[in-house]
Design a protein around this ligand. Structure first.
Ligand code: F6R
Length: 613
């Protein structure tokens, strides 16, 4: 999604801004732009496509103040006119803005601005911000006051950063429901505003999160934060501990491939605190967790996409182990539903980024409806999600750059399993021996994942059966049905092959009509209680000429033949089986997409962090 970076320093900032835009690339974008002061005038440069195109244009520019942006189109096509920064030039001065989010009342604002004589060159909602700020700057004596006045007229989500040539040493920013963070390196006298702390690695030693409706001004070598009444506020600085060299593909062809292979380590890091005996203690989820875990009677899990699939798997674990009822909901649906929330309900928000607009809105709604217990599982400690939750667990997957989530998913699953066990222990549903056995299985999990990754070659052998296909059906049963859903999502988002997942028992209620020799069917077939039921479903597919591709455990009884291919993993891993069975599906999606020549890290139309509705 869109990315913001703006900065001020003693030397030339242009290359820093380009470097930061490159670090924001992983979020997904379609055009980029930069504006800076040159000889006290604002100059603006924009280009469609990669940041490297913009880099060529600004290569020789020099400025110590600038704002830059990567745009992911929401309103208006992908073209240069719609790219940010947006500029308003009128009555002898200019205002220039970059914006993340969506301004819902932009049409009304635009109509008013046209009456004031402003003309529009783009189809975006963001351009109104430039003209509105210009109009307000005529009324107020500083950019800060003008921005504060603009803020009051906006409906929607925004992180907004601006410069004006009447205020040559100043950058101002504000935010509502969209992330904005200040990066500081006092030693080098440089200050940045960004929508993503990851982009500040290497150029900032400390960060400060700008809170809702606050206003921030960078001025020369100072920064000031104001509340919504423009009173100055003091904020503590947080040390930034990203190492800039973390953002590298290393020996791998893509970030996604690297991230798939990082899973054993990511899972081990995430589970680090749970490898000892007696380590299952609620306190690791927050100070209030012991009381909440004892009293909770029902759980609602809220998430989107891959994180939603993690929630669906967790439902099976929590209900079976802790005997607490769980419902799992897509955040964008929950937030607009008139739901009835009972007392003693724990809401769990799962999000890799912690910035997904729908998930945040759903959790805030739950809070508004009176839910006190909100638990966030997230890969980013500094995220908005973690800041609005009273219980939290941080997955330690490390930065995930590939748009298609892989290591974030398996670490979410590992965390959710630990949560299910801890809840079960608190509610006296597992005894000490069970606890020891589960912890032993968890200790082995990173190795089990590694050994599946070692079998990558057998997945590669399947590429030829998929790369020319238009449609693929995924089948699973029980706790592996959400894994089939995740396999289908991975394949469709990076290979652009249409893929759907079905609970195998549903086949004969409709989708069986699709089966013929041109339709590959991927079946997730662990040796669990449902394996014989699944085999019957697969026989139904074979009888209709379907081509079967089965991810099985040792001991699976169907044999390979011209229409049936089988990849066999190790012995059945019990409760942890979903975490293992998803690995070949990630690898398959990756290799099929790669062999089609697709950009696997940045699939078309998608963004890493979906910060707008
Ligand atoms: C798919 C994928 C997305 C995200 C979804 C939620 O590979 O990554 O479906 O899972 O956009 O994102 P987070 O987890 O950041 O809330």
């Amino acid at each position: 999604m869109c990315g913001i970076i703006a900065g001020i320093k003693k030397g030339n900032i242009v290359q820093d801004l380009i470097g930061c835009l490159k670090k924001l690339e992983y979020r997904g974008y379609d055009s980029a732009g930069l504006a800076c002061f040159e000889n006290n005038r604002i100059e603006r440069y924009r280009s469609v496509g990669r940041v490297s195109e913009l880099e060529k244009i600004v290569d020789t520019k020099y400025s110590n103040i600038g704002i830059a942006h990567t745009r992911w189109a929401t309103h208006g096509k992908v073209n240069e006119l719609n790219a940010h920064p947006h500029l308003s030039i009128k009555d002898g001065f200019s205002v220039c803005v970059i914006h993340n989010g969506i301004i819902e009342n932009y049409k009304e604002l635009k109509a008013t601005l046209i009456k004031y004589g402003y003309s529009f060159e783009s189809q975006t909602d963001s351009e109104v911000l430039a003209h509105l700020l210009h109009l307000e700057r005529k009324k107020f004596s500083s950019l800060k006051e003008a921005l504060n006045s603009v803020r009051k007229k906006l409906i929607g989500a925004y992180a907004l950063v601006a410069i004006c040539d009447k205020d040559p040493n100043t950058i101002s920013g504000t935010k509502s429901s969209s992330s904005l963070v200040l990066g500081i390196d006092r030693g080098s006298h440089q200050y940045f505003l960004s929508s993503d702390p990851n982009s500040l690695s290497g150029i900032s030693t400390h960060i400060v999160f700008i809170e809702e409706l606050e206003l921030i001004c960078l001025n020369g070598s100072e920064f000031t934060i104001y509340d919504e009444n423009l009173n100055k506020i003091n904020r503590d600085l947080t040390k930034l501990d990203f190492a800039s060299d973390k953002i590298s593909r290393g020996e791998y062809a893509s970030f996604m491939q690297k991230e798939i292979h990082e899973q054993p380590n990511a899972i081990a890091m995430t589970l680090e605190n749970f490898f000892d005996e007696n380590s299952l203690t609620p306190i690791l989820f927050g100070n209030d967790a012991p009381k909440i875990f004892e009293e909770v009677e029902q759980i609602i899990i809220i998430a989107c996409g891959t994180s939603y699939h993690a929630g669906l798997v967790a439902k099976y674990w929590i209900e079976e182990l802790a005997k607490v009822h769980v419902s799992v909901e897509i955040a964008s649906e929950f937030r607009y539903r008139k739901s009835v929330l009972k007392n003693k309900t724990l809401m769990i928000g799962i999000s890799q980024s912690g910035e997904t607009a729908d998930t945040l809105a759903a959790l805030k709604l739950a809070r508004k409806l009176g839910l006190e217990w909100i638990f966030g599982i997230c890969n980013v400690q500094e995220s908005t999600l973690i800041r609005i939750c009273n219980l939290s667990f941080i997955t330690r997957a490390g930065l995930e750059i590939g748009v298609a989530s892989t290591k974030a998913f398996t670490t979410q699953l590992a965390s959710l399993f630990v949560f299910a066990l801890t809840l079960a222990k608190t509610k006296n549903h597992i005894n000490t021996q069970n606890e020891r056995n589960f912890l032993k299985q968890l200790r082995h999990l990173p190795n089990a994942v590694a050994s599946i990754l070692n079998g990558e070659m057998s997945v590669k052998n399947w590429i030829k059966y998929f790369e020319s296909k238009q449609n693929v059906l995924f089948l699973g049963r029980g706790i592996h049905y959400p894994i089939a859903m995740e396999g289908a999502l991975k394949l469709k988002e990076i290979s652009y092959i249409h893929a759907e997942a079905y609970a195998a028992g549903e086949l004969k209620h409709g989708p069986l009509a699709l089966i013929d020799e041109s339709m590959p069917i991927i079946a997730i077939a662990p040796n669990d209680d449902l394996v014989n039921k699944l085999k019957n479903n697969l026989e139904e597919v074979k009888a209709r000429g379907g081509r079967l591709f089965i991810i099985a455990d040792q001991g699976f009884e169907l044999r390979e033949d011209s229409c049936t291919k089988i990849i066999t993993l190790g012995d059945h891993a019990g409760f942890l089986s979903p975490i293992l069975h998803v690995i070949p599906l990630q690898l398959l999606a990756y290799h099929v997409a790669n062999s089609k020549g697709n950009d696997v890290d940045k699939p078309r139309n998608l963004a890493k962090s979906v910060t707008v509705e």
